[in-house]
Design a binder for this molecule. Structure first.
Ligand code: Z5A
Length: 234
């Protein structure tokens, strides 16, 4: 029987590596909420997942995050500088945190990864998509997610969820057509990566979404049948 690529890879890695799962979507789609729910689910059954966010996740990455989002001087940032800063943050995260965690045999969950760069800098900022893809693979190497949840909400839903936020960052102050391009590009990404990227309707209740995500994770990685080795006993 022919197995899906990600399943095959997981089985090959099974002795030494656990899955690498990413969450994607436009701001306010509920990624961070679902990242936390998945981590809690895994912890309940004895795993200790490593959870990271992009940009950030390392001291250098967090400094870059500040520069990208909140630093006073960031308003003059060129799209090219922005692209390279996201990639620089990712390079640190991959080498300092993600690769070592996967080698240790930990689950890794990341709130955004290279698909964000393809979508935001490639499609929405309209930088050369081939250059963006080359930089993505230069930085991530073979560190490719096994599974990506793409949470999809319309702009009105996202805006109403974020309306209570007092501090808005530079990336959240783009014109409306920017977010249209983001959403369209994410849909295209899901169409082109049907094995890795699972499109999730993010407009539903938090619990309902978390249940669907957990069902998919259990099915893909046979979580509570064969693999039940908490880190402390390995
Ligand atoms: N970016 C980029 O351009 N290129 C790159 O390569 C990378 C990133 C890696 C990072 O922003 C920015 O950088 C982002 C893309 C860009 N910019 N934009 N625009 P961030 O890390 O500060 O934030 P974010 O990733 O955009 O996410 P967010 O705004 O924090 O939202 P979220 O994580 O998707 O949602 P949430 O925090 O889980 O939920 C938001 C609110 O909605 C909160 O009050 C929740 O309680 C509520 N919520 C969540 N789920 C639900 C449901 N199901 N129903 C009702 N309410 C809900």
């Amino acid at each position: 029987m022919k197995m899906a690529r990600s399943t095959t890879r997981f089985l090959c890695r099974k002795i030494v590596m656990m899955p690498f799962i990413t969450f994607e979507g436009s701001e306010g789609c509920g990624k961070t909420t679902q990242v936390n729910r998945l981590a809690i689910h895994l912890e309940k059954i004895g795993f200790v997942p490593e959870v990271f966010r992009e940009p950030g996740g390392t001291p250098i990455g967090e400094a870059i995050r500040h520069l990208l989002q909140h630093a006073d001087e960031n308003h003059a940032m060129t799209p090219e500088a922005e692209l390279l800063l996201f990639e620089a943050s990712r390079s640190q995260l991959v080498q300092e945190k993600i690769q070592p965690a996967l080698k240790r045999g930990d689950w890794v969950i990341c709130d955004r990864f290279f698909d964000s760069t393809s979508v935001y800098q490639g499609a929405a900022r309209k930088l050369d998509p081939r250059l963006v893809e080359r930089l993505n693979s230069f930085v991530a190497g073979n560190c490719v997610p096994d599974l990506t949840f793409l949470l999809d909400v319309d702009r009105a839903t996202a805006r109403s969820r974020l309306s209570a936020r007092k501090i808005r960052d530079r990336m959240e102050e783009q014109p409306e057509d920017f977010y249209e391009r983001v959403r369209n590009a994410y849909h295209e990404l899901a169409r082109r990566n049907t094995e890795r990227v699972v499109l999730i309707d993010g407009s539903r209740q938090v619990d309902e979404i978390a249940t669907e995500i957990w069902r998919i994770v259990r099915q893909r990685f046979a979580v509570d049948s064969e693999i039940r080795t908490p880190r402390s006993t390995r």
